[in-house]
Design a protein around this ligand. Structure first.
Ligand code: AHM
Ligand code: MG
Length: 344
């Protein structure tokens, strides 16, 4: 006969599984020595994203639309919500004593905390409000994050701690503030999606062990720039359009990476941001855009590369560096690799 504790646990699972519960369970199953520090860290991220979501939902009512007039480190005009989102993450994560270093798209330099090595275990990267140019037109925006362990010895200083290749990520995720708000995360044991239930203020499990279709029907790229793409990319898009992969492809592109990626992971297909005349090294940032999404794509059975190599094997040289990005299902990525080899 089940004990009271067991049956209570079972019935609460049947009712709802929150992100918090799920992370704790994953931790107990796969890293019992972590002692709750990792789930405490993730709760800082979920809290910040709930604060951001509350502002995003009221964006048309509060005075948070439009540009705040400052420019960020990439020379782009910061939106007011960008600033709020950045502050929410810095605040919620800064209070977690497990955080050693925070790197944000909106801060030129890493934010460091003077914590003992045994306490400050993690280095976190984030894009606080991706796709923020879409805020004023009610198109989905999102938050992206990537978590690394701080190296055990800090011999290489802050630089070595922040310039780690993506395969060393211990977890990554994103939140899309869309028709509903969804958190998708992976700690290296599959990908899980949680939809924010506004009635109870919690992320509840909605996508258990998310898998990306082997092949899909959509490609997502800013096609207006196609005449400036390098040859392998032009060849590739041409093959997708011509039915060479045995499917009729349609295009979908809203210009919010998180939204375009989220559709790609659920429906299948490929998202491509190639080098262009305006962005010869690609537009997207390696450490807080490409790396976390590549980690999630691989965990869901997909692939991600920068043209030449796997995104997760790139050795970063600086925190805000850009990279070309091709991410999607295996069928689409294998075809991309064939086009790449054929045009070299
Ligand atoms: P942002 O971080 O300033 O919002 O810029 C990144 C965004 C991505 O979300 C999106 O994939 C890309 O820029 C769209 O760029 P483009 O308008 O060149 O297609
Ligand atoms: Mg972005």
């Amino acid at each position: 006969m089940a004990t009271v504790k067991e049956s209570t646990a079972r019935s609460s699972r049947e009712l709802v599984i929150t992100a918090q519960q799920h992370i704790l369970e994953q931790q107990q199953a796969h890293a019992p020595d972590a002692g709750g520090t990792f789930s405490w860290l993730l709760s800082g991220i979920t809290l910040a994203t709930k604060m951001i979501e509350a502002k995003v939902r009221r964006a048309g009512l509060l005075d948070v639309l439009g540009s705040a007039g400052e420019t960020n480190v990439q020379g782009e005009t910061q939106q007011k919500l960008d600033i709020y989102a950045n502050q929410a993450l810095l605040h919620c994560l800064g209070l977690r004593d497990t955080v050693a270093i925070l790197v944000s798209e909106e801060n030129e330099e890493p934010v460091t905390f003077d914590r003992a090595r045994e306490t400050g275990k993690y280095v976190i990267f984030f894009d606080p409000l991706d796709g923020s140019s879409n805020i004023d037109v009610n198109v989905s925006v999102g938050t992206i994050f990537s978590i690394f362990r701080r190296p055990p010895k800090m011999d290489g200083g802050i630089e070595a701690a922040v310039l780690q290749p993506g395969w060393k990520q211990v977890a990554a995720g994103y939140v899309v503030y869309g028709s509903s708000t969804i958190l998708v995360y992976s700690a290296g044991k599959g990908v899980f999606g949680f939809t924010l239930n506004p009635d109870i203020g919690a992320y509840v499990l909605s996508h258990d062990n998310l898998r990306m279709p082997h092949q899909g029907n959509f490609y997502s790229v800013n096609e207006a720039q196609a005449h400036t793409f390098p040859a392998p990319y032009r060849e590739y898009i041409g093959r997708l359009r011509s039915g060479a992969l045995g499917r009729e492809y349609s295009s979908r592109y809203v210009g919010s990476l998180v939204a375009d990626f989220h559709r790609t992971i659920l429906k299948g297909g490929v998202f491509v941001y190639p080098p262009t005349r305006g962005y010869p090294r690609g537009k997207l940032r390696l450490l807080y855009e490409a790396n976390p999404l590549a980690f999630i794509a691989e965990q869901a059975g997909g692939m991600a590369c920068d043209g030449e190599q796997r995104i997760l094997e790139i050795q970063p040289r600086e925190i805000h560096e850009r990279t070309p990005l091709v991410v999607g299902g295996r069928a689409e990525l294998e075809e991309f690799q064939r086009c790449w080899r054929a045009t070299q």
